[in-house]
Design a protein around this ligand. Structure first.
Ligand code: ATR
Length: 268
């Protein structure tokens, strides 16, 4: 039987992970299958246990289960412990290892694909939910000089910032502050809502990055109008997938050609 992997979420039907992993497997000659699993909102653990009992080797975990996956795994990697969220599970009969590849996925997209050096840069991270949690440590490791967490609900921003020893604020306190990089980790764009950022937050020539992909979110529209270079999260999606693939298979797939094809809308 071929080794089985899947992405688990709710909703999950829109996920491009099966396509991406099928392409990685083809390109690296790995014999595996990768499916989609929609878990009931109250049934994450049950669903994963069933998959593991059937011999499933690994899962990607997406919204809204990343925190549940961290609680569920028996061992967590260093980066998963820092993030307290898990997007990659390595499964065997005796082991459930949790890992987090979102942070390295974002940093790899910013630095290698976009060619932006994060070293010494001032960065604003908008949001303090699971998506934001997953990337803070990797951004700090990439050498930013300042990382400010802004969130609508201040208490969540404070909690996340305190865990990493960085600053936090509410959106109204951003007046008069500007940044080299602004990363949107809120889910506001999905509801065609803008998170309430002043245009002055973008330094001239700043880079704006929305972790959401496939949508021109109000954040990206605002960033471009304010003179920033704006990118969606497609590159992060592909890079986090490549890192998960490496965690599972020990083989690092090439991402550039695949990303170019996805960007141009070509079928894989
Ligand atoms: P995820 O796992 O996608 O991060 P989450 O944990 O529910 O999901 O977090 C959603 C994030 O988007 C939060 O930072 C949330 O802000 P609150 O903590 O104040 O709820 C943010 N968010 C969602 N809708 C928003 C909106 N319309 N404006 C501003 N922030 C929003």
């Amino acid at each position: 039987m071929r080794d089985r992997y899947a992405v688990v979420g709710n909703p999950v039907a829109h996920s491009r992970s099966p396509q991406i992993h099928a392409e990685f497997a083809r390109a690296t000659g790995q014999d595996l299958e990768y499916g989609l699993i929609e878990a009931p909102l109250d049934g994450f653990e049950r669903t994963v246990e069933e998959f593991r009992r059937q011999g499933g080797k690994g899962l990607n975990v997406t919204v809204p289960f990343k925190e549940a996956a961290f609680r569920y795994c028996r061992k967590a990697s260093r980066r998963a412990q820092a993030a307290q969220v898990v997007n990659t599970l390595v499964l065997s009969a005796s082991e459930v290892l949790g890992d987090t590849t979102d942070g390295i996925g974002l940093v790899t997209d910013l630095t290698r694909n976009i060619g932006f050096d994060l070293g010494g840069k001032k960065l604003l991270l908008m949001g303090a939910g699971g998506a934001a949690q997953g990337v803070v440590q990797a951004l700090l490791d990439a050498g930013v000089s300042q990382l400010m967490v802004a969130n609508r609900t201040m208490s969540r921003a404070l909690a996340l910032a305190a865990r990493h020893g960085v600053e936090a604020c509410g959106y109204e306190e951003l007046q008069g502050r500007s940044f080299d990089v602004v990363v949107n980790a809120t889910s506001a764009g999905l509801a065609s809502d803008a998170p309430g950022l002043p245009d002055s937050a973008f330094k001239p020539g700043a880079l704006a990055y929305d972790m959401v992909y496939g949508l021109d979110t109000p954040f990206l529209v605002q960033a471009r109008a304010a003179g920033a270079r704006a990118f969606d999260g497609l590159g992060m999606l592909v890079e986090q997938a490549a890192e998960s693939f490496f965690v599972w298979r020990g083989v690092r797939p090439d991402t550039r050609a695949l990303l170019a094809r996805l960007r141009s809308g070509q079928a894989l």
